[in-house]
Design a protein. Structure first.
Length: 261
């Protein structure tokens, strides 16, 4: 090729695929938002924002003296807080659709063995997060609130603020949901070769200490909630080690695997 001859554009022909990817990403985001919107509308009709908040507050109200209710110290809190709960519940209800849209967008660019790796992780991590939230709501809240109220002086009438309670609930839900992701983290670390199974087993005693430190930092300063978070984390760490050995065996990349088109 002579110096005066125009050089071919190395990026020629790449604009259309890039634009098509953006269009597909936009379409899938719209579908995910539509799913969330449909769930939000359905939940707004039944049980309604106020009904959802009553359901969320039930573990606390059950531990308070008879006739005691939560209070709202902000003028618009009775309107805004239930809407926040409804939006959060709508997102969780539509999460399978949202995750499917994410998976459908990235799957065509993955190898066969990578698809075997990603899809089980997406499904299992979602289920574990829901299990962690359910464990917190149905077990931990009941024990923690009863434990806290047992220490309340007779001269005090507990009347928690609805916004403060929402903030507490979301923090606890996220803490327990994230804590139940321990097996996923262990599996991923072992699968990508960052740590070996033997090192994970050797780190077991250190992880127990770490679990109790994490529980002490992110949960209320009571023994019940700290044990309720630390003990499952330790058990899930053991499950993660066991799952990592099986997962690595079944997601190895075959030597003849060719890149996807």
């Amino acid at each position: 090729m002579s110096a005066n001859e125009p050089r071919p554009d190395e990026l020629e022909g790449t604009e259309q695929p890039f634009v098509s990817h953006l269009v597909e990403l936009r379409d899938r985001l719209i579908r995910a938002l539509i799913a969330i919107g449909i769930c939000f509308g359905a939940l707004s009709i039944w049980p309604g924002p106020s009904g959802l908040y009553d359901l969320l507050a039930q573990p606390l109200v059950a531990s308070l003296p008879a006739g005691t209710k939560l209070i709202a110290t902000n003028v618009i809190s009775p309107f805004i807080v239930p809407l926040k709960i409804t939006l959060m519940a709508a997102f969780l209800l539509a999460l399978p659709v949202v995750l499917y849209q994410v998976w459908a967008f990235v799957a065509p660019g993955l190898y066969t063995h990578e698809k075997k790796l990603v899809l089980p992780l997406v499904i299992s991590s979602t289920l574990l997060f829901f299990v962690g939230v359910a464990f917190c709501y149905f077990f931990v809240f009941q024990k923690v609130f009863a434990f806290i109220q047992s220490f309340a002086p007779k001269s005090i009438t507990a009347a928690p603020d609805i916004e403060a309670y929402l903030s507490f609930v979301l923090t606890m839900f996220f803490a327990f949901g994230a804590a139940f992701e321990v097996p996923i983290v262990v599996v991923v670390l072992a699968r990508i070769g960052l740590v070996s199974i033997d090192k994970l087993k050797g780190f077991r005693s250190y992880f127990i200490v770490l679990a109790f430190i994490i529980a002490a930092v992110i949960t209320p300063p009571d023994v019940v909630s700290q044990l309720a978070l630390a003990i499952p984390m330790c058990l899930l760490y053991e499950i993660g080690i066991w799952a990592a050995q099986i997962f690595i065996k079944h997601t190895q990349a075959p030597s003849e695997d060719t890149p996807p088109i």
